[in-house]
Design a protein around this ligand. Structure first.
Ligand SMILES: Nc1ncnc2c1ncn2[C@@H]1O[C@H](COP(=O)(O)OP(=O)(O)OP(=O)(O)O)[C@@H](O)[C@H]1O
Ligand SMILES: [Mg+2]
Length: 247
């Protein structure tokens, strides 16, 4: 069964100088229980797509169905069942992780126990008395993951969850994500790390200039692209982007 179904999604950003086509007629299905990776060069449209799924950005055309409900018409219901982790995002406060998570829990109408569960699950419990703005990058990401788990989401959207993390912190984050997936959370994540995509993702889509140019397992993508590595696949499929950058 599809947990996320995207049909004919398009988005153009209008500015005074120009119109930027961020997404062109994207269609994609993500299965229940899947870890799905979105790869693409800078500016390919990954964050735009995630933002539309999270209901933060409105598409110009197309529909998104999550957990069988249309995102546009059932926005509030869907918000209760999904959540998002953005790379290094969120306002950092001068209070302890525990206090801030308790505050967010209240916003979500989640009991304090829910906040403690999320802290234990992500290990941030260890830093419960630390000031949020003093946390290292790895712990910050774990804090944001804990925040995203407050509503016990069935679908988690993650925009570059390991960007800027050192090897240990990135590994911890990946292990946490696998654990969440084992507990039946469907994950859609973006990454620039090919090894991470290969290790984590059941299937991968490559997005280039706002269009999906390939979808499949890492093995399928390598076979169809006649490449032995995922990096090779990515470079083949997005070659044009690099050519344009060097001219
Ligand atoms: N709010 C906005 N206003 C105008 N243009 C935007 C806006 N957000 C994104 N864009 C443009 O849309 C395109 C897609 O951007 P997006 O952030 O989705 O790419 P991305 O794949 O997430 O890139 P990165 O890997 O750098 O994070 C880019 O050309 C970007 O400049
Ligand atoms: Mg992005």
């Amino acid at each position: 069964m599809d947990d996320i179904k995207i049909s004919g999604l398009s988005k153009i950003f209008h500015s005074k100088k120009s119109n930027i086509t961020a997404l062109k007629n994207i269609s994609l299905s993500i299965n229940k229980g899947e870890i799905f990776g979105l790869l693409g060069p800078n500016g390919a449209g990954k964050t735009t797509l995630i933002s539309i799924l999270a209901g933060v950005t409105t598409p110009d055309n197309g529909t998104v169905t999550m957990l069988g409900k249309n995102v546009q018409t059932h926005y509030k219901e869907i918000q209760q069942e999904i959540n998002i982790v953005r790379g290094f995002s969120g306002v950092l406060q001068n209070i302890s992780t525990r206090e801030l998570l308790k505050y967010y829990a209240k916003l979500y109408s989640v009991e304090e126990k829910g906040a403690i569960d999320a802290m234990r699950k992500t290990g941030i419990w260890e830093k419960r008395d630390c000031i949020v703005s003093d946390l290292s990058s790895g712990w910050r990401q774990r804090f944001f993951l804990a925040k995203a788990l407050l509503n016990n989401p069935k679908i988690l959207l993650l925009d570059e969850p390991t960007a800027g993390l050192d090897v240990h912190a990135a590994r911890t984050m990946r292990l946490l994500l696998k654990q969440l997936n084992n507990e039946h959370c469907t994950l859609l994540l973006t990454t620039h790390n090919m090894q991470e995509a290969e290790e984590l993702c059941d299937r991968i889509a490559v997005i280039h200039k706002g269009e999906i140019v390939a979808v499949g397992t890492s093995k399928q993508l390598k076979t169809s692209s006649k490449s032995t590595t995922l990096e090779g696949v990515f470079l083949n499929l997005t070659k044009e982007a690099e050519d344009e950058r060097s001219t």
